[in-house]
Write a protein that binds this ligand. Sequence first.
Ligand code: 9MG
Length: 271
Amino acid sequence: MSRLIVSQQLQIMGVVNTTPDSFSDGGRFDTLDKALQHARRLIADGADLLDIGGESTRPGSLPVAVDEELRRTLPLIEAIRAESDIPLSIDTNKPEVMRAAVAAGASMINSVWALRLDNALEVAAELAVPVCLMHMQGSPQDMQQNPEYQDVVAEVRDFLQARIDAALAAGVSRENIVVDPGFGFGKTIEHNLVLLKSLPELRELGVPLLVGLSRKKMIGKILDKPVDQRLYGSLALAVMAAMQGADILRVHDVAETGDAIRMVRALGEVL
Ligand code: 9MG
């Protein structure tokens, strides 16, 4: 175990999806209302920031149109902003959505495409907010078909370094860059586990690390559990990620993750 003291600065990012399948009965206002209630719950549970997404990035998912993504996310950002000053991240890859979300009160961009879509780097630089650049092999449609690497850690590290360089060249300031190895995005279980053990190597990139492991398929496969029974597996991985140097944990279960991290931190303080 490389690190027992979990940083005091560790941030817990709560996930709020506005995709219709996130709230099963799906009507438009119903979905907004449920997403807002969910956001309130995560804020009360102690989230440091929320990640608002309007396009699924699950394996096999298809992109949605800009208008639809705006329709799903903007009313929620506005509604949260009207009652809370919690920092909001917009989980998007589309420059139009980045712009509108930041104008509505978001203050971070989470890009699973690492700003590789047309004009995304330029818009992120112009908006001058923190950006998360995530590694993904392939696209959400095909990424889990046959992920292959010679050396997963070196390839993910080199990709992230190249995206940091591209962001800097476009005018994003270094203090606004966060990177993410992209667990489950074009990776087998083994790739994910090797990356988790190797997070300290990714810290050498010199920018904060965001990690999303919560409820992911890897946990389901190892424990043979459906998505609604992956809490304990998610907590184990959240603690591991924190001890391996993650700076931001992207999670669904904010209260439970916060308790787990505080317990490990208390232990670190007496050892
Ligand atoms: C949107 N999204 C889903 N999983 C994610 C992960 O692991 N990291 C980031 N940055 N975004 C994610």
